[in-house]
Design a protein around this ligand. Structure first.
Ligand code: GLY
Length: 282
């Protein structure tokens, strides 16, 4: 049985309530189109497709519409995890490309699977990815006001009918951070999968990394804990530190689970439930 869950970021409204409907509509459209791909194709194709669409929608903080770091530059990160082959790949602080998830997918075929900074950008150029400016007027205005939103990120986890699980995450960071900051997204704390489960996180990257959240949940499921319990336990451990983040996950039986810490207002996500797409403001 195929299963697909996508997210458009924890706390991504940041008070802009007028964006709620647009986010809902966008998540529904992306979920539907991506689920069509999952029914005919693989979890890998589906995750890459969904994240490309999320990156291309400027309402989300990834790809086009990424936040600017404190020096006025956009640096994006993205990761892809193949749960069957235990293969993690990603780019850290890549610049001037349209779809960081495509770079992560290309790197999954290389011996060295994670690249950062200028060398990551150079790798993209060598592989035919065109120069592209992801800055939008709205993000530029936020930058001028020195907005550090602390939130954003997009992610997808898919299970295909061959039983393969892929997880992917992409982010423009938190905004106005120290140039070169590394978020959780291109680490196994933010994006992880195995044959049993997959997780994509969103929220404050440092806190997600400190909790090793995605890898911890997947390991707990590997060790026999049901997904629901693994997510609940990990969230309660994070609540002890008042951490602020959320996540989407699924297991090999097609159960989906969304987690968020008590400090987080909302996670925007979508999944299939009794033939309906549900988007939530968790
Ligand atoms: N989770 C995204 C970030 O911290 O940049």
């Amino acid at each position: 049985m195929e299963q697909l869950i996508i997210h458009g970021g924890a706390g991504s409204l940041e008070g802009k309530i007028e964006h709620a409907q647009a986010m809902h509509d966008s998540l529904c459209k992306i979920w539907e189109e991506s689920f069509d791909i999952l029914q005919k194709g693989t979890a890998e194709e589906t995750v890459c497709h969904a994240i490309r669409m999320l990156e291309d929608d400027p309402i989300f903080n990834a790809g086009t519409g990424s936040k600017l770091q404190a020096d006025g530059q956009v640096r994006m990160s993205s990761a892809l995890m193949d749960g069957t082959n235990n293969r993690f790949s990603g780019v850290i602080n890549v610049q001037n490309i349209r779809n960081p998830i495509e770079a992560a997918a290309l790197l999954s075929k290389e011996e060295n699977t994670v690249l950062s900074g200028a060398q990551a950008t150079e790798f993209c150029r060598k592989n035919g990815m065109d120069d592209y400016n992801p800055v939008t007027q709205e993000r530029l205005e936020d930058y001028k006001k020195r907005c550090s939103g602390k939130h954003g990120t997009v992610g997808t986890v898919a299970l295909d009918n061959e039983g393969h699980i892929f997880a992917g995450t992409s982010t423009g960071g938190i905004g106005y951070e120290i140039p070169g900051r590394v978020s959780d997204c291109p680490t196994v704390a933010g994006t992880y999968a195995s044959t049993k489960a997959g997780v994509s996180c969103t929220g404050i990257g440092e806190q997600i990394t400190q909790q090793a959240a995605a890898a911890k949940i997947v390991t707990r499921v590997e060790d026999g804990m049901p997904l629901h319990e693994a997510v609940t336990l990990t969230m309660s451990e994070s609540n002890k530190f008042s951490y602020l983040y959320g996540l989407i996950s699924l297991d090999s039986e097609g159960h989906v689970e969304v987690g968020k810490t008590e400090a987080l207002d909302e996670v925007f996500y979508a999944f299939h439930d009794n033939n309906r797409i549900r988007t939530f403001f968790a």
